[in-house]
Design a protein around this ligand. Structure first.
Ligand SMILES: C[S@@+](CC[C@H](N)C(=O)[O-])C[C@H]1O[C@@H](n2cnc3c(N)ncnc32)[C@H](O)[C@@H]1O
Length: 523
């Protein structure tokens, strides 16, 4: 008999799943959630309301969490996924440990959300082969935790399809796997080096998440499925369990932006990872490390043409309208430009709030009119507490960059990044400043960081694409300019106003298309 579930049942189910498993399902996935609720309710032999009551009670939840995890999790994984992470670990993180004062003789690694084991086993293989040369006498401990019981069973069996080995070099496959029918069996001696355990990352367990329990955490392609409040709590737990200076690898599509300030962003081997604050980092504003794959510096680009642009007026008008709306919303904490992720996170309201706070709308109008020094004077006339506002600081950095006051602009960006290292807007402005200084390699790195932190940041892609073109990296230029062309039409008007360098959306699209055509791409 088909179980009938209504919208309120599904909403209740969605909330329980988010709170208990962390998993967030948006409205587009409601049908999938309704199907799962129907199936589980039918298996329990009751109606949806009593099934949901059962889930809300600890004993009922214990029984159902396994089947629900199996029904609701995304478990895609494979051996040596995102090889750049492993290279960064072996060639940057571990060698620096070897020289760190008081380095321990044990390397403790956590694979959080290990799925069917490919990630921790990849680590086990690499460390077995490479660790003795890197950290002589160092003992490795790899702990791998997972919510989905079916995945854990598969991990413990250590038997994999050819597909799971698609990124595994033939010689590694030869050394560590034995063909069994159409599958491949992992060497039992490696199997024994990983301690698997069932664990829900959402659950607090002080005995497991002890302060400083791990040196390295891989939590890749896990928090992207979590509701932001749960992701924040899980990352805080991971931060606590990492030693100061310990490192965290996330998936390529994941960032800590808006989730945690406990880490420095690091960049090496064409990838990003996070380092727990409090290690032996140098003082001052952290910079991403040099990427070995950054395009070589080339001649500085010619100054961009500056077409007249009527749409600035609309952009300003839109921003002002939003500001006015917000100003008329008592108690609302934040924000100018709608979704104004100008700095890599929603902009707080204080900068545009009406009572005694800076009116950035006027300064934005002056920016639009390219009256940079007047806008700067206006900002400087603000009370000191307003000037420390992140929005005001970012706008000041934009104005200084546009005014060509490079050293001051860089200092302003550095101050923003000292407080908010994951501020994509400040990274992008840094890129412009470094380009002005002729340091194209650093400009590329800062753009790459901005894009990593905010993949939808169209102007950073335009800039990176132009830098790549000038350095002769045609394929990178095509990739970034092509992406920018897709993103520009939906880029927030206020971000174009702030970061577009005086170009309208249409002019930026035109510029980008011309650049793309010049490097042989199709606009
Ligand atoms: C997409 S897989 C990623 C596997 C591996 N980390 C990788 O990047 O290849 C995500 C895994 O996280 C697990 N997961 C999801 N929510 C979890 C939770 N609350 N606690 C522990 N594991 C969870 C899922 O069951 C799934 O196996």
């Amino acid at each position: 008999m088909k179980v009938l579930v209504d919208r309120s049942d599904v909403e209740r189910f969605r909330e329980l799943v988010a709170v208990r498993l962390g998993l967030h399902f948006d409205d587009a996935k409601l049908d999938f959630l309704a199907d799962t609720l129907r199936e589980r309710t039918a298996a329990a032999g009751c109606g949806p309301a009593s099934y949901l009551d059962r889930l809300a009670a600890p004993a009922g939840w214990r029984e159902e969490s396994g089947p629900l995890a199996e029904a609701l999790t995304v478990t895609e994984t494979f051996f040596f996924r995102n090889g750049d992470h492993f290279r960064a670990l072996l060639e940057a993180v571990l060698p620096s440990r070897a020289t760190a004062p008081g380095a321990r003789r044990e390397l403790r690694i956590l694979s959080a959300g290990c799925a069917s084991g490919e990630e921790p086993y990849s680590l086990a293989i690499l460390l077995r082969e490479r660790l003795p040369a890197l950290l002589a006498g160092c003992v490795t401990k790899i702990v791998a935790v997972e919510l989905n019981p079916a995945m854990l069973r598969k991990a413990e069996a250590g038997r994999y399809s050819e597909w799971a080995l698609r990124e595994t070099p033939a010689d590694v496959q030869e050394r560590w796997f034995r063909a069994v029918g159409r599958d491949f069996q992992l060497d039992p001696s490696l199997r024994a080096t990983v301690a698997f355990e069932p664990r829900n990352l959402v659950d607090e367990d002080l005995a497991f998440w002890q302060a400083g329990a791990f040196d390295v955490v891989f939590c890749r392609n896990v928090i992207m499925y979590f509701r932001p409040d749960v992701a924040r709590a899980v990352v805080a737990r991971i931060a606590r369990a990492l030693v100061p200076g310990g490192v965290l690898f996330l998936g390529h599509a994941e960032t800590l932006r808006g989730l945690s300030e406990a880490f420095h962003l690091r960049h090496t081997h064409g990838t990003f990872y996070y380092e727990r604050r409090g290690g032996t980092e140098p003082g001052g504003a952290p910079e991403p490390q040099r990427s070995e794959r950054a395009p070589a510096p080339g001649p500085a680009p010619a100054p961009a043409p500056h077409p007249p642009d009527g749409s600035w007026v609309n952009a300003i008008q839109d921003a002002s309208d939003r500001i006015a709306r917000l100003a008329g919303t008592p108690g609302r904490a934040s924000t100018f430009p709608d979704a104004a992720r100008v700095g890599g996170g929603p902009v707080r309201a204080s900068a545009v709030a009406p009572r005694g706070c800076p009116d950035l709308g006027v300064a934005l109008e002056l920016l639009r009119a390219e009256r940079f020094s007047e806008a700067l004077d206006l900002l400087h006339a603000l009370p000191p507490e307003s000037l420390s506002d992140p929005d005001a600081q970012l706008l000041r950095a934009v104005l200084l960059t546009n005014a060509g006051a490079r050293a001051e602009a860089e200092a302003a960006c550095a101050r923003i990044l000292e407080v908010d290292e994951l501020n994509a807007g400040a990274r992008y402005l840094m890129a412009l400043c470094r380009e002005q200084a002729g340091d194209l390699r650093a400009a590329v790195e800062q753009d790459q960081a901005a894009i990593y932190l905010d993949p939808g940041f169209a102007m950073a892609r335009v800039h990176l694409g132009r830098l790549a073109r000038r350095s002769g990296d045609v394929s990178a230029a095509r990739r970034e300019l092509g992406q920018a062309l897709v993103l520009l039409p939906r880029e927030d008007a206020s971000r174009i106003l702030l970061f577009g360098g005086g170009f309208s959306r249409e002019a930026l699209v035109g510029l980008c298309g011309a650049e793309l055509a010049a490097c042989g791409g199709a606009p």
